[in-house]
Structure formats: C-alpha cells, structure tokens
Design a protein around this ligand. Structure first.
Ligand SMILES: Nc1nc2c(ncn2[C@@H]2O[C@H](COP(=O)(O)OP(=O)(O)O)[C@@H](O)[C@H]2O)c(=O)[nH]1
Ligand SMILES: [Mg+2]
Length: 465
C-alpha cells in the first residue's frame, strides 16, 4: 500500500510539472493509475486468448490429415489457416510475448503480414487442387500450406507428384540414357560425327536395340547435315522429339472396354514377368472405375499362381474362377467365360501359364484357350495382352516375336521399368515389333501400372528438374 501511495505522489508531482492545479492532482493521478491497470488486464486477457487459439489450431491440424470429416475439421481453421501457414514465424515471435507488453505488437505485425501475403499464395491453391485431385484436396490442404512458405509451384503439387512418381520409376533408365547423353553433350561446343557415334553407343547400351538405334542415328546425321544441330541443346531436343514420335506412332490409347460385354482380356507371357500382378492391378483399377470384373485363374501349372490371383481377387472384391492344380486351362477359360456372361460382368481377365514342358506345348495351349473363349463369347479375346519384363532387355523382343507367332498379340504391358536401366526397350518394342505398349509397370503399387503415355514417358526421361 505504501508503494501505491508513493506512486500516486510521484504521479501527482509529475502532474504538477504540467500545471495541473494542486486540488485536482490526486484525482487525476488516481484516474491515470486506473487506466493503466485496465490496460494491463486487457493485454493479459488478449495474450491468454491468443495462446488458447493457437493450441486449438495445432490440435485441429493434427487431426486433419486422416481427413475423416474434411468439411467439419477444416472449416473452423480456414480463416485461421491463412494465418496458420506462417506458423513458424508466429511461433518464433510469440515466445517473447509472455515477457512484456511491447512483445504484444509483433504478433499483430505477423497477422498483418499474413493477411498481406496469404491471399496471393493461398488463393490459387484450392482451385488448382480441386481440378486435379478433387476428393483429396481438402485433406491435402493443411499439409500443403505448411510447405507453402518456400514452394512457389504449389498449385501443381498433385500433378507433379504423379509425374514425379513416373520420373522416380524411370530414374535408372533416365540415368543410363539421358544422364549419359547430357554428360556427353556437356561442354561440347561443336556437334560432329564423332559425337553422333558416341550417342549411338549410349542408345545401344540403354537397350533401344540395333534397328531403332540405327534409325535414330540416321535421323541425327541427316539433321546435322542440314545444320539443324547447332549445339547440345538441339541434339537433346531432337532426341526427345524422335523418341516421342516413334512411341506415338504405335500408341493407341487405353483399352476400349465398352467395345464388348464382357470385354475379354487374355494375358500371356513367360513365367515371372508379372502377369498375375498386372491382372490384379488391372482388376482393381477397373473395379474402381465402377466396372464388374471376373478373373479366370488359367495358370493351373502351379497351385501358387491361382492362389496369388485369388488373393488379388479377394482384396478387390472380384470373383475368381479357379480349378485345381494341373487342370486343363481351357476348362478354366470355359468356366470363366460362362461365369462372366452369367454375372453380366463388364470385363473378364484370364491369366495363363508361362511355362510348360516345351514351347510348342505352351503355344498350343494358348491357341486352344483362344478357341474356347471365341466359342463362348464370339470375338473373344478382345485383347491379347503380352506381358514383358523390362529388366530382360532385348530378350523381351524375342519373347514378343515368339508369342506373336502363336497368338495374335494385340498389346504389350511392360513391367518392372522401375528396376532397370534398360527402359529403352519400350522404344524398341514400338519401333521394331509395331505393337502398342498399352501399360507400363513402374512399381509394386496398384497405381504403378499406368496406361502408357508416350509424351509423358519421354518428358519423364528428358525433363530437367
Ligand atoms: N518392381 C516391380 N515389380 C513388379 C512389377 N510387376 C510385377 N512385379 C513383380 O514381379 C514378380 C512376378 O510377378 P507375377 O505376377 O507373379 O509374374 P507371373 O509369373 O508372370 O504371373 C512379383 O514379385 C511382382 O511383384 C513392376 O512393375 N515393378
Ligand atoms: Mg502368374
């Protein structure tokens, strides 16, 4: 109490200096002190409120990623989210807040900053995200925004990740083909015949095959003669252009599953190339598109093969027609075709064996299956998809020739591109076999089996980050 009286005295004394009459000094001093106390209390309340709000936001942010109730969970933070992104800034500044009154100002500044910066950074985000991944947008949003301060191209994030996945899947081929081309071109002032010769070697090593390599070299030499290859950059883009063109020549887009009902897809290929896995992934994708699917476990040569298919079927909620080990695969094809018709299925996918005692046996068996399918569903199989393993390089070409002679292969699924530097085989298949690459496998995940897009494929190899 003594210090309060002293404080009042001091204030009164100060007021005296400003010419306040003596009889009013005490009253004015009391009034000023009262105002000061009110101000301190208000500041304290403000600080407590801000801290609680920040805690609540952090809790919401932690809950948001599972995205169980995106609308509910994200709604409250939306206006706050705009302040939330620079959370690091805010947090850094918020600490000293507890100390003294002046610290109360920086957060206000931070808010002002946020309000200035956020609208530009945030506004385009939802639009682009909704376009690309409409369902996931609300879930992704908080994470995206956390990353916002340093990344400029956020609107492209979902697209980039799809493309980026492709790039990652093709990284070994990228290094062995484009990486080496870049090293060769680096620092070269002049493009000459020697350089084209070095290029030839790179193309062969990356498994583009002799014929395709010679084709490409001839085109490059031609362009060099016409002075169209002034520098390394011109060589690089000529390569990308020529590879894309060759891939596009054979490309024929995704399967037209509406062309028949049931659309029958027969999958052939040697053991271990990824037939069953590819069928499992396709079944899941077709199912996700809303189509009804029936699978036929035509690889009766090994019990494990039909079990593997059954597991895929179970996971995707797709019916699998199986017989016991050693049963006649044509009988499986017959039953599967009957089941697909009876269930009014949209798609029937038939797995087949990849190894028999002799090649001739295998090919005869495949022909027999085709006949049975055609008898049960006229026109079937509508697609005979040959699965090739990219890691086998040129050997894949031989397999393709062998199968094409026996069954009318209509498309290729090239698997395991993620595990090989020999991805150039895609170009060889298109260019030499004149068969369309329908799908490529760039990993073990369901979505890693992709419809083949030549331009995207070439871009994934040639794009610089
Ligand atoms: N990394 C990778 N592995 C794959 C791909 N496709 C298939 N596989 C793997 O290849 C192996 C053999 O596949 P499988 O479907 O049993 O071959 P099948 O004998 O032709 O039926 C399995 O371990 C698959 O997971 C792919 O695109 N990338
Ligand atoms: Mg199999």
């Amino acid at each position: 109490m003594v210090w309060l009286a002293q404080l009042l005295d001091n204030i009164a004394l100060m007021l005296g200096h400003y010419g306040v009459p003596e009889e009013y000094r005490f009253l004015v001093a009391l009034g000023l002190l009262y105002l000061l106390v009110v101000l301190v209390v208000l500041l304290f309340i403000l600080l407590v409120f801000r801290r609680r709000r920040r805690k609540r936001r952090e809790a919401l942010k932690r809950e948001a990623p599972p995205g169980l109730e995106p609308e509910e969970a994200l709604r409250p933070p939306v206006p706050e989210e705009e302040e939330e992104t620079p959370a690091p800034k805010e947090e850094l500044r918020a600490e000293p807040e507890e100390g003294k009154a002046p610290a109360a100002e920086p957060p206000a500044e931070a808010e002002a900053e946020v309000e200035e910066v956020r609208p530009e950074e945030v506004a385009p985000e939802p639009v682009a995200e909704e376009e690309l991944v409409p369902e996931e947008a609300p879930v992704v949003l908080p994470e995206e925004r956390e990353a916002a301060p340093e990344v400029e191209g956020i609107p492209e994030e979902p697209r980039v990740s799809l493309f980026e996945r492709m790039r990652q899947g093709l990284s070994k081929t990228q290094a062995s083909l484009v990486g080496r081309i870049d090293t060769l071109l680096r620092g070269r002032k002049e493009i000459d015949a020697d350089l084209i010769e070095d290029l030839e070697e790179i193309l062969i090593t990356a498994d583009l095959g002799m014929k395709t390599t010679q084709d490409l070299v001839a085109v490059l030499e031609d362009r060099l003669d016409r002075n169209e290859l002034a520098d390394g950059e011109a060589v690089r883009s000529a390569m990308q252009e020529e590879l894309t063109r060759r891939l596009e020549e054979q490309a024929c887009g995704p399967l037209d599953l509406d062309a028949a009902k049931p659309f029958v897809l027969m999958v052939v290929g040697v053991n271990g190339v990824g037939k069953t896995t590819t069928i499992g992934k396709l079944a899941r994708q077709f199912k996700n598109e809303g189509r009804s699917v029936v699978l036929g476990a035509g690889d009766t040569f090994r019990a494990a093969a039909s079990e593997q298919l059954a597991i895929w079927g179970e996971r995707s909620g797709v019916e699998v027609i199986r017989h016991s080990e050693g049963a006649d695969p044509a009988a499986v094809a017959f039953d599967a075709a009957k089941a697909a018709v009876a269930r009014k299925a949209d798609v029937l996918i038939l797995d087949t064996a990849g190894r028999l005692h002799t090649k001739a046996n295998l090919m005869e068996e495949l022909k027999k299956i085709r006949r049975v399918l055609d008898r049960e569903i006229p026109g079937a199989p509508h697609e005979t998809l040959l699965v090739l393993d990219a890691t086998t390089g040129q050997n894949a070409l031989n397999q393709a020739k062998l199968f094409s002679e026996a069954v009318a292969v209509s498309g290729i699924a090239l698997t395991k591109l993620d595990g090989t530097a020999k991805g150039g085989i895609v170009v060889a298949i298109s260019n030499e076999l004149k068969l369309p690459v329908r799908y490529i496998g760039i990993g073990e995940g369901v979505e890693d089996l992709r419809p083949f897009d030549p331009a995207m494929f070439a871009a994934a190899l040639f794009d610089r980050d």
